[in-house]
Write a new protein. Structure first.
Length: 311
């Protein structure tokens, strides 16, 4: 069933996937990457179900289907590869590719948990190819001393890189300042979240607005533990970065919509949803990625930028 949004017909994510001849996971990734434009639904099905509020305009379906060689060319743009396939694309061994990913050369776009409870990271094939063309010396020469030092310390930037990328995507979709703050709050450990936002009503609002970060099957306790470990910042400088930015985001939200928290103490919120333009990150537009932490990053790592201003 189609639903009108601002004068245009829209489809659910499931309906759009069928129209576009994509698997649900492919469409979800395409939306996250900004390759498919979505709009917020008129109302949320339930608190915390932010990913279910997105709908795809029928005009977007027509635009994509009219592209050359659709859907093959489109699928190639969003094709993901694991460690072995990515290494083969670059002409190096899986071990070397693994070292490069752990040191922050690539930002994963997806992950899943295998039957042993281990995280399996996936990367955009197009980004792997771009890196191989840009940094050929890292593929076949000696591993730089800085990379060796990071790996000797047991450092692994994959989860951190993924969190940064996903936070940037969700911040771009936030409809108002409270939703933007909820994205930042979602990746902080509970005690850090409570420390930054001591007000009970404000925490309740942010918890209700917690966005959907990933769709991952977790059939065992070990898989669930692995999945949850990816969603929460752990290192000191990363936690500090999110603390500072959450504090700023909540202050903006208080100024923009102070009545939202007051409604929590007086019953369910009836504040109408704000109609802000949804930030778009088209296929060629770079969005924010990994949080800046003050630590000097290796020169070959993924480029970053600050989160979008919501002032």
């Amino acid at each position: 069933m189609t639903v009108m949004h601002d004068g245009q017909q829209t489809l659910t994510m499931g309906q759009a996937a069928r129209e576009l001849e994509l698997r649900t996971g492919e469409l979800e990734l395409a939306v996250q990457l900004g390759a498919v434009r979505t709009v917020p639904a008129e109302s949320a099905p339930r608190p915390g179900a932010a990913h279910l509020r997105r709908r795809v305009p029928i005009g977007e379906i027509h635009r994509l289907r009219s592209g050359p060689d659709y859907p093959d060319v489109f699928r190639e743009r969003i094709r993901t590869v694991g460690t072995t396939e990515a290494a083969a694309l670059m002409g190096i061994g899986p071990g070397r590719f693994l070292r490069l990913t752990k040191s922050g050369c690539f930002t994963p776009v997806r992950f899943y948990v295998n039957r042993y409870g281990a995280l399996v990271w996936l990367y955009l094939a197009s980004e792997v190819g771009v890196f191989a063309d840009r940094e050929p010396e890292l593929l076949h020469s000696n591993t730089p001393a800085e990379v060796r030092a990071m790996l000797d310390e047991g450092r692994d930037w994959r989860a951190r890189q993924w969190r940064g990328r996903r936070v940037a995507q969700l911040m771009g979709q936030a409809a108002d300042a409270w939703e933007a703050a909820a994205v930042l709050a979602a990746v902080l450990p509970p005690e850090e979240f409570a420390s930054v936002v001591p007000d009970v009503a404000e925490r309740a609002v942010l918890r209700d607005l917690k966005p959907h970060f990933a769709s991952v099957i977790t059939a065992t306790p070990a898989a669930r533990e692995s999945f949850e470990s990816v969603l929460v910042a752990d290192e000191f400088d990363e936690v500090l970065w999110y603390r500072v930015n959450l504090s700023r985001a909540v202050e903006r939200a208080r100024n923009e919509a102070p009545h939202r928290t007051r409604s929590v103490t007086n019953g369910p919120s009836v504040m109408p949803r704000r109609r802000r333009p949804v930030a778009q990150t088209g296929p060629g537009r770079r969005g924010p990625s990994v949080p800046h932490t003050g630590r000097k990053r290796p020169s070959w790592t993924t480029e970053t930028s600050s989160l979008p201003s919501r002032s």
